[in-house]
Design a protein around this ligand. Structure first.
Ligand SMILES: C[S@@+](CC[C@H](N)C(=O)[O-])C[C@H]1O[C@@H](n2cnc3c(N)ncnc32)[C@H](O)[C@@H]1O
Length: 227
């Protein structure tokens, strides 16, 4: 937590790691809306630039929309998701079943700090909007490193506390200024990372290095497990 300002450190202290019920129900509803669904499309496109086939794990998959989009855009991927919140896993199972993908996308309860898979299981590990919830981010990155195959990518996306104005302006063209204002305000009540503090994480982990880029309004921390 040393990377956070005193205010955000306080936020983090009270911020729940997993989204509990009934928050699950609310998040499931909000994430069905157009802006979220468009965002999952952009994220899926970004992920597919790094990995088109093989095994892919989504850590903190929430209601599972990204996994559903990934399957639609690249059916060759074998998709798995974990979430620390059992009620979120139930929501994701319902959404996956409704999309006709039960038995195709594998979902289970699991913590980013103790990933319930063996070493070298995945070609890519992705995560969206979850890292700011993690109480032990470096430990979680080391777990992601462990379950990745050599040469595989970790792609960790989140909203930043300091999203550049140019990114907000670009997104405002598609989503409108009001929504971008709401996103900007949201950044004050969640313990999001700044771009600089996000970029400091890899060197503390087994990845040792990483880089950042934007996919829509989310910043991606991309790290490769060297061969
Ligand atoms: C804001 S939601 C994002 C969900 C989804 N990835 C999305 O983009 O819509 C954050 C999710 O991360 C999960 N989560 C938080 N801490 C976690 C941890 N340590 N391990 C696994 N999941 C976690 C929460 O339960 C929640 O479902």
């Amino acid at each position: 937590m040393a990377h956070l300002t005193p205010f955000r450190r306080l936020l983090k202290l009270f911020h729940p790691e997993g989204i509990p019920s009934p928050g699950t129900k609310l998040y499931n509803k909000i994430s069905k809306t157009g802006i979220f669904q468009r965002n999952y499309d952009l994220l899926a496109q970004d992920i597919l630039r790094h990995c088109k086939e093989g095994n892919c794990l989504d850590v903190g998959m929430g209601p599972g929309w990204l996994l559903i989009k990934l399957h639609k855009q690249s059916p060759a991927l074998h998709l798995h998701g974990i979430d620390i919140s059992p009620s979120m896993v139930e929501k994701a199972k319902t959404n996956v079943r409704t999309a006709g993908l039960a038995g195709i996308i594998d979902l289970k309860t699991g913590d980013a700090s103790h990933i319930p898979y063996g070493d070298g299981s995945f070609d890519a590990v992705v995560s969206t909007g979850s890292i700011h919830h993690w109480k032990e981010p470096v430990r979680a990155l080391n777990e992601i490193h462990r379950v990745l195959k050599h040469g595989g990518y970790a792609l960790v996306y989140d909203v930043l506390s300091d999203t550049p104005q140019s990114v907000l302006n670009e997104a405002a063209r598609e989503f409108g200024r009001l929504r971008m204002l709401l996103l900007w305000l949201h950044a004050f009540e969640e313990p999001f990372y700044s771009r600089q503090t996000l970029e400091m994480l890899p060197e503390k982990s087994l990845f040792k290095q990483g880089s950042t880029h934007f996919a829509g309004v989310l910043c991606c921390l991309a790290m490769k497990k060297e061969t």
